[in-house]
Design a protein around this ligand. Structure first.
Ligand code: GLC
Ligand code: CA
Length: 543
């Protein structure tokens, strides 16, 4: 399977490269940077949505699934990008937001105008003002139902009020969405990323007295059936696909990604990115629980292998704070920690994803006031947290650690004005540290984080033990993540110091302190015990 040996690069076009000075990244901007991406060695680009959209949720509120928002360019620009990418051996994966559409989509507009056919495209329920059908909570805060007085009905929105959930029970909806896939397949794309796709099948519409309602629609009753049908009927079976799975389970993810099930190539799960959520709450800060992190890697790496599933490997995306700010160190050990974190997942079993700027060690935004924020979720939660009595200072500290805007600041291409992202005024502020952290500087430096990422991408292509090997996570102290890979007599041992303190190598692992092991990769010179701050040491042995 070619996606075992390839690495995917995620582009958030709005923040990647602007070419016409409007401060908004665009498709010609992506095309203009293809040589950089080819040089990095990635096999696929996942582009987040660039379809017509009111941009309440930066394009995850789609108003038309088969057109280009003029702010991103034209269909000709898209065709050009696809052609130029292909010429460099790079495939495109497009983002399909099929759980919901924007309320500005013509389907929803027709529904609002009273058209019964289109009302059945969404999840409408009769009701009275102030008495929503269930107590479910929107992922962006507040009740998940919105009342439409003219219709005397509520509609469901698991996300923003302008993102209305589609009714997958209706075969006509499923057919519309298959047509969208057929359209883009014909355009020559290589694959798809499916947004929150494990939420598409709603179960019982009941009040949740124990939680926020998610147990009624997460990995819902017909989700596997819907996915099989979608993939088979639209003819995308041979393409590379990844599903974003919200609050999912291992058993379901095995089914989503085991090739025998004919659903998806791989899945994103998020449990490992919640180990710093206090009581599981995103907006409550806590230092990362490294024991929990390692346990999750063990369960998911070994469990998916046993079940024949396939993981997407990632730390960063457009919804997550920057990993070097989160699990690494922005100061003294910036470089070492960024490299260690990269190697920690790139040498695992699964397909690695690099989110734009991660390969440079880009950090969180460090915004100082609410005015700097653009993200609807962050702004909603600012109000919610203040409403709970938190001070402005504490609220900004929480946003500073958790806001999705941390990863949405413009790509840092160079040290000059606006980091080379735009000649105009960027839609969101450029991180001040672009003078030190930028692609131009790192391209000149053989020891840069960028150079290290290039190496990881290359090693995966050249070493079947990385792409195909088995994996075993070793039991070690909390601060040490250690695992072994094996394939046809080749073994790799990866040791990651997750902290800034030196770590002694556990004595029961004497096997790898001599006999036949050679250094395969590392972020420090030589081999030393104890492991140095944020050191990654990968060793190889051939039998
Ligand atoms: C996914 C996207 C996120 C979006 C949400 C609703 O989680 O990654 O950016 O807000 O779905 O579409
Ligand atoms: Ca632009």
């Amino acid at each position: 399977m070619d996606f075992h040996a390839k690495t995917v690069y995620q582009i958030y076009p709005k923040s990647f490269q602007d070419t016409n000075g409007d401060g908004w990244g665009d498709l010609p901007g992506v095309t203009s940077r293809l040589d950089y991406l080819k040089n990095l060695g990635v096999g696929y680009l996942w582009l987040t949505p660039f379809y017509p959209s009111p941009q309440r949720d930066n394009g995850y509120d789609v108003a038309d699934y088969t057109a280009i928002d003029p702010r991103y360019g034209t269909m000709a620009d898209f065709d050009n990008l696809a052609r130029e990418a292909k010429a460099r051996g790079i495939g495109l994966m497009l983002d399909m937001v099929f759980n919901h559409s924007s309320t500005e989509h013509q389907w929803f507009q027709k529904a609002l105008a009273g058209d019964r056919k289109y009302q059945d495209y969404y999840i409408f329920r009769d009701g009275k003002p102030g008495e929503p059908p269930t107590n479910w909570v929107s992922k962006f805060g507040g009740n998940a139902w919105e009342y439409v007085p003219a219709l005397k009905k509520y509609y469901l929105h698991l996300f923003d009020v302008t993102q209305a959930d589609l009714n997958w029970e209706n075969p006509a909806v499923r057919e519309e969405l298959k047509n969208v896939l057929r359209f883009w397949k014909k355009k020559g794309v290589s694959g798809f990323r499916f947004d929150v796709v494990n939420l598409i099948s709603k179960g019982a519409f009941e009040n949740d007295n124990e939680g926020d309602g998610r147990r009624f629609y997460t990995d819902g009753p017909r989700v596997h059936e819907y996915l099989k049908e979608l993939v088979a009927d639209s003819g995308i079976g041979g393409m590379v696909t990844v599903g974003e799975m919200s609050s999912t389970s291992l058993d379901n993810c095995i089914r989503y990604s085991n090739p025998a099930e004919h659903e998806l190539s791989m899945i994103f799960s998020f449990h490992h990115l919640k180990v710093d959520y206090k009581d599981g709450q995103k907006w409550q800060l806590m230092p990362p629980d490294l024991r929990a992190l390692k346990k999750l890697f063990k369960d998911w790496q070994e469990g998916m292998t046993e079940g024949g599933g396939w993981n997407a490997l990632f730390w960063c995306n457009h919804d997550q704070p920057r990993i070097v700010s989160r699990l690494g160190d922005e100061g003294q050990y910036w470089k070492a920690s960024a490299k260690m974190l990269a190697a920690a997942i790139h040498l695992m079993r699964g397909t690695p994803y690099i989110y734009q700027g991660e390969e440079l060690g880009m950090t969180n935004a460090h915004f100082k006031s609410l005015e700097d924020y653009r993200d609807v979720e962050s702004i909603n939660y600012h109000h919610i947290l203040r409403g709970e009595g938190k001070s402005e200072e504490e609220t900004l500290e929480i946003l500073g650690a958790r806001s999705r805007d941390n990863s949405r600041t413009p790509m840092q291409w160079e040290a000059g004005k606006n980091a080379g992202f735009t000649t105009g005024t960027p839609w969101i502020a450029v991180n001040e540290n672009h003078t030190a952290i930028n692609a131009a500087a790192e391209e000149k430096d053989e020891d840069s984080i960028l150079a290290f990422y290039k190496k990881l991408v290359q090693l995966r292509k050249e070493n079947a033990v990385i792409a195909e090997g088995s994996i075993h996570i070793l039991s070690t102290p909390d601060s040490l993540l250690a695992y072994e890979r094996e394939y046809k007599g080749t073994r790799l041992l990866i040791l990651c110091n997750l902290t800034s303190e030196p770590i002694n190598l556990p004595e029961n692992h004497t096997d790898w302190q001599g006999q036949g092991w050679t250094k395969f990769l590392g972020n420090y010179e030589g081999i030393e015990a104890p492991l140095r701050p944020y050191e990654v040491l990968a060793l190889k042995k051939q039998s």
